[in-house]
Design a binder for this molecule. Structure first.
Ligand code: NAG
Ligand code: NAG
Ligand code: NAG
Ligand code: NAG
Length: 771
């Protein structure tokens, strides 16, 4: 029996009232009432006409009301059955066996009535309650049916059986109908509600996307259950052909199994991409130059990361989608990362021809990953709409990419993680608070001095007063897959090194003695350093999750002639950066993956100096426009969303100041440097500027196109509530938007864009969650 789809269909009906289509003919069958009833009664196994007949009498289009009407009718019918049994007793007083049977039957049905009472308590009045108590509801209905069967099974006399059967038959059949409505599957008890909800979600999605008959079957009637399930899932994907092709060979109609199979197919495809990269490298042999080798090595590395994360996702899903309900959002986040890793590989290739070859080699795995994101996105969206929690990080069990559970676990009334020892908590509380009191900003990019109060697990000092002399040594000494925090204190000094924090070194917290006192600097660049790509140019490269930094200056001193030369690249989810400074020219701050939060920072740069493929919010910060190569323009942002609205990728600047740096002030000559708020690097580039001060250095147009590309046509650029001479939006291009109400940018607040914000709050930095 096609349980999952029946479930989906049932709830598809539940939502049908949202998008009722106008009737073609004014007859009853095309009314919403008839359609909804048809939808509900499709799931009935025996006596469908009784379901239809009963519901026709209920004057409501509301599916929940209608669904509730079935057990209501059943209950009242069972009461009638009891009356009936009492009524036939006098006829049979002379027959002791018959009397005993009738009495026993009466007792059974009274038990059934008690179960009805329990059933009503559990169902509640809305879908969510119903979903959560699904198993209790189903259990009581099973029991009610059982009492009817026991009653009849106990009657040995054929004539009496016939008589009782006819008297209690309607009640029995209505109970059975009610059961069918709730019997949505071979579900596992503990997880029933979540599975139900997933089914609901897919049902909702199916309906919304199809938008045609909310009623019975229609044009889908010819499809078998497997095909319907595949269709329901694939309908939401960007490349439906590829999706169906992937799922057609999977012999199941269970959405969880299909979705899991989809992820496994994606994993295979990425393995192929990884193999392709290796083969390409092998094929090039000795002819390979340093840059090509660097690119291919990097591709191999990020594809390995992609595979690792996909494995984590599959693991976290469990055998079924059962336990993943509350963490689906995190799983989707990791999937976005899996997509990004593949894009990273290509983004780093400068030569057009070579990029094309590699692009073709890994295109299939990108399509599959993109589809997988769509599937998760639709489930997450539908669940969110129904008020089901999908972002409970506490439920994430493990895996390489898992957050430090303790860190993300409970926090006390001061917003500090409970796992910290009492002593540690006092120290953490002092960090960033300038000596107690509520968390506050310590002056942009400066602050510090309080560093010594945080208890570091690793101390780095140039002068040998710490355990380590270089930051890299300290990073390497941090534990792998850390469930706690590795806290590195970098004492004042200039550290000339490239620091790479590998993916397995998660939950590192680095703090210095001030953004102008503790400096990490290097000069790698794409143009001037052979064998360097944009990603590899970064002075500090964070590939792990849960990275935090305070009171540190990050620099890349390659200069404008070096072209791409990154100061910090963050590729891990849930990064919190506070009171830091970033100085470089092109591509200063590479916010490349996951969710990132920056507060009270200074970033200086020229071309695309805040860019990447993450959900990033930068609050209360100073963004400085510099003077680059002659004739070069400045672009504050270059977001790299190439997937679309299904992923949260985009840069949000809130309460910031966008100002000229010293070298640009007074540059008003005929060859004045042109500065823009951003340009669309990818097709769905997203940047939002809220509550910020924009200086006159920004051109009146504000935003500009990406030369030679059509990205601006699909990009999303929004400004809201900004001030200053550069904030006037009257001559902005038509493809950008000046929001008139807060509602238009509500989705880009910390709470919504990078939320749930517990990982930021637990970092104990000031944060504004809303507008
Ligand atoms: C109950 O359903 C069965 C199966 O459809 C049917 O044969 C029977 O007549 C129904 N009983 C009553 C009383 O309607
Ligand atoms: C990838 O390469 C490995 C080792 O070379 C091989 O075992 C595996 O079968 C290949 N996988 C695919 C999907 O090509
Ligand atoms: C390196 O090799 C690639 C591919 O063969 C080529 O396109 C590129 O121009 C070369 N780069 C340098 C710096 O020689
Ligand atoms: C980068 O710095 C190193 C050491 O500080 C120096 O030797 C090298 O010349 C610099 N490279 C560039 C391109 O400035």
């Amino acid at each position: 029996m096609n349980v999952a789809i029946k479930l989906a269909f049932l709830f598809l009906t539940v939502t049908s009232t949202l998008t009722a289509t106008p009737a073609k003919r004014p007859d009853y069958l095309s009314t919403q009432h008839a359609k909804t009833i048809a939808g509900i009664c499709t799931v009935i196994q025996t006596d469908t006409s009784l379901c239809t007949k009963t519901l026709k009498e209920v004057p409501s289009d509301d599916p929940i009301t209608l669904i509730r009407a079935l057990p209501t009718a059943a209950e009242s019918s069972v009461k009638k059955s009891v009356t009936f049994l009492i009524g036939i007793k006098p006829k049979h007083t002379s027959n002791a066996v018959a009397t005993a049977a009738i009495n026993s039957c009466e007792k059974n049905l009274n038990n059934a009535l008690e179960d009805f009472a329990e059933f009503w308590k559990a169902t509640g009045k809305d879908v969510t309650t119903l979903a959560h108590n699904y198993f209790t509801c189903k259990k009581t209905l099973t029991s009610i049916m059982g009492y009817h069967s026991t009653c009849l099974d106990d009657i040995k006399d054929k004539n009496l059986l016939k008589e009782v059967e006819s008297g209690i038959g309607v009640g029995k059949n209505l109970s059975s109908n009610s059961f069918d409505v709730f019997n949505v599957g071979k579900v596992v008890i503990s997880a029933a509600s979540v599975l139900l909800v997933v089914g609901v979600a897919i049902g909702v999605v199916t309906y919304v996307n199809r938008g045609d008959d909310g009623g019975g079957g229609g044009k889908d009637a010819s499809l078998n259950s497997h095909q319907k399930a595949v269709q329901a899932i694939c309908q939401t994907t960007t490349d439906q052909g590829s999706c169906s092709k992937t799922l057609d060979p999977v012999k199941s109609d269970d959405p969880s199994k299909l979705i899991k199979a989809f992820l496994l197919a994606t994993k295979d495809a990425i393995t192929k991409s990884s193999n392709f990269t290796a083969t390409t490298e092998g094929g090039m042999g000795k002819n390979m130059n340093a840059t090509t080798k660097a690119v291919l090595d990097y591709c191999k590395r990020v594809l390995t990361y992609a595979l690792e994360d996909l494995e984590t996702i599959v693991e976290e899903m469990g055998a079924d989608l059962q336990q993943s309900g509350s963490k689906l959002d995190q799983l989707k986040q990791w999937l976005t990362g899996v997509f990004n890793y593949q894009t990273d590989c290509l983004d780093d290739i400068e030569e057009v021809e070579f990029r094309k070859i590699m692009g073709e080699g890994i295109s299939n795995s990108k399509v599959l990953t993109s589809n997988a994101i769509d599937i998760f996105h639709s489930v997450v969206t539908a669940m969110t709409q129904m008020g089901v929690k999908v972002d409970d990080m506490k439920n994430v069990m493990g895996g390489l990419g898992a957050p430090a559970r303790r860190l993300l676990g409970d926090i006390d009334q001061n917003g500090l993680p409970k796992w910290l020892s009492g002593k540690d908590r006092k120290l953490m509380a002092k960090a960033g608070r300038g000596g107690g009191g509520a968390p506050r900003d310590d002056g942009i990019g400066e602050g510090g001095g309080g560093g010594g109060k945080i208890k570091a697990t690793h101390v780095v000092a140039k002068d040998g007063s710490g355990k380590f002399k270089t930051i890299s040594e300290a990073v390497n000494a941090c534990p792998d897959k850390n469930k706690g925090r590795c806290i590195i204190h970098i004492k004042a000094g200039t550290y000339n090194e490239v620091v790479r924090i590998p993916k397995k070194k998660n939950n590192i917290f680095m703090f210095g003695d001030g953004a102008t006192k503790t400096i990490i600097t290097f000069n790698k660049s794409v143009k001037l350093t052979p064998g360097t790509t944009t990603s590899l140019s970064a002075t500090v490269q964070v590939e792990s999750e849960g990275f935090m930094a305070k009171w540190i200056g990050f620099k890349n001193t390659a200069g404008p002639l070096g072209h791409q030369a990154v100061a910090l690249r963050v590729n891990g989810d849930r990064a919190v950066i506070f009171n830091c400074r970033f100085d470089a020219y092109q591509d200063t701050l590479y916010v490349n993956n996951g969710r990132q939060f920056y507060r009270n920072i200074v970033v200086s740069g020229t071309v695309d100096f805040i860019f990447g493929k993450s959900a990033t919010v930068i609050q209360n910060s100073l963004l400085l426009l510099r003077k680059g190569s002659p004739g070069q323009s400045n672009y504050v942002t270059a977001d790299g969303n190439e997937k679309g609205a299904a992923v949260k990728i985009g840069i949000v600047l809130q309460n910031c100041r966008i100002m000229p740096d010293k070298d640009l002030i007074g540059d008003k000559g005929p060859k004045k440097v042109k500065s823009y708020l951003g340009r669309p690097w990818k097709k769905f580039s997203t940047a939002v500027i809220i509550g910020s001060e924009i200086s006159a250095s920004i051109e009146p147009e504000g935003w500009t196109e990406w030369k030679g590309e059509q990205n601006h046509k699909t990009a999303k650029y929004i400004e809201f509530n900004n001030r200053g001479p550069g904030a006037k939006t009257n001559v902005r291009p038509r493809w950008t938007k000046a929001a008139k109400s807060a509602a238009e940018v509500e989705g880009f607040t910390v709470a919504n864009w990078v939320g749930p914000a517990n990982w930021i709050q637990e970092a104990n930095v000031p944060v504004q969650l809303g507008l």
